[in-house]
Design a protein around this ligand. Structure first.
Ligand code: TRP
Length: 334
């Protein structure tokens, strides 16, 4: 059975975009794999953050994962900073990874922006920590979005260089499982921008805590255009809002946009929005209810995460102990 590892940033209550783009791909993997899922709070501090709400955002993300079907009894679900093996291995990887490799990372360039001199050094070595997350478990399958592909290639370069330099066939090759770009969800107010937590308008996104009434209102107010829906998805080119709503309906009903259009060809958005609202409410309703239940009992979520951390450490500690031994560190224990 292959071991799966994936991480998600503690961005608080996920949006529909986080859900369709990443989270909903996780529960189906639990049946056929040994799954390890991590809320990466140490990665979160590589960019500006508020120490007053980091813990709550970490817990909220974990609660959302559980509500979406990431069952902490059937997989290992934990918080990155609770398992020290990650940073121990990350330090080794800081020394294995090459500055030339990190300089090629497009995400660093995007995130650091113009003022690169003033970026934290953690942001620069972010991919080394990510490689450590995965290699600390000898995981071989990593579900991620397209934007993380380059980081996984780097993780493989690091694993190979470690194996080569320390004469061991120790870290396995990682296979990315790149998740569909079709599930890229855009803002309800501007179809050219990603649906995002940081958009000042709550009307631009659907949150997993939104109830049926809120979802209905947001969809009713969503930006559209005056044209009827076409028969062919290629005709949605240049109509970003229409394309987004069709994509969302396709994603929540498990169909292709072409199939959605076959049902709604020639319709205006009035009818279409009603159908979309019903589909969203049917899909998200049970998640929202479970989420409310979990958010009302933060102690239970924290307890589940602590148990998850113990199970994660039981896997990762021996692997990182062995990596330290290969490096030549004096063993900490006999
Ligand atoms: N960098 C990933 C992201 O932003 C999150 C992440 C951290 C991750 N560690 C990981 C993903 C390990 C997969 C495996 O989405």
């Amino acid at each position: 059975m292959q071991r799966v590892f994936s991480g998600i940033q503690p961005s608080g209550i996920p949006t529909l975009g986080n859900y369709l783009g990443a989270i909903r791909n996780w529960p189906p993997m639990i049946a056929g794999h040994e799954c390890i899922f991590c809320v990466v709070d140490q990665h979160a501090i590589t960019q500006p953050f508020d120490p007053r709400d980091l813990a709550a955002k970490t817990r909220d993300m974990a609660a959302a994962l559980i509500a979406c079907g990431v069952d902490p009894e059937r997989c290992v679900l934990f918080v990155q900073s609770h398992v020290h093996a990650h940073t121990r291995l990350a330090w080794i990887f800081n020394c294995v990874s090459r500055i030339g490799w990190l300089n090629r990372m497009t995400q660093f360039k995007d995130k650091a922006g113009k003022d690169r001199e003033n970026a934290g050094s953690g942001l620069y070595v972010y991919p080394n920590l990510m490689a450590a997350d995965i290699h600390a478990y000898h995981a071989t399958l990593v579900p991620v979005g397209d934007d993380q592909k380059q980081h996984l290639e780097l993780a493989n370069d690091i694993g190979q260089k470690f194996n080569h330099d320390y004469g061991a066939d120790f870290f396995p090759t990682i296979q990315p499982m790149i998740q569909g770009v079709a599930a890229r969800v855009m803002s309800l107010r501007d179809g050219t921008r990603k649906m995002s937590k940081s958009d000042p308008s709550d009307q631009s996104r659907i949150n997993l805590t939104d109830d049926a009434e809120t979802i209905a209102l947001k969809i009713r107010r969503a930006k559209t255009d005056p044209e009827p829906l076409p028969a062919d998805p290629s005709a949605l080119e240049g109509r970003p809002e229409a394309r987004n709503l069709v994509g969302i309906l396709a994603a929540v009903t498990g169909r292709e946009p072409a199939d959605v259009l076959r049902d709604h060809e020639g319709q205006g958005f009035g009818t279409f929005k009603g159908v979309l609202t019903d589909a969203l409410v049917a899909h998200l309703g049970p998640i929202q209810a479970e989420m409310q239940r979990l958010l009302a009992d933060p102690g239970a979520v924290d307890a589940a995460l602590r148990r998850g951390a113990e199970r994660a450490a039981a896997i990762a500690e021996p692997i990182v102990d062995r990596a330290e031994e290969l490096i030549g560190f004096l063993p900490r224990r006999k």
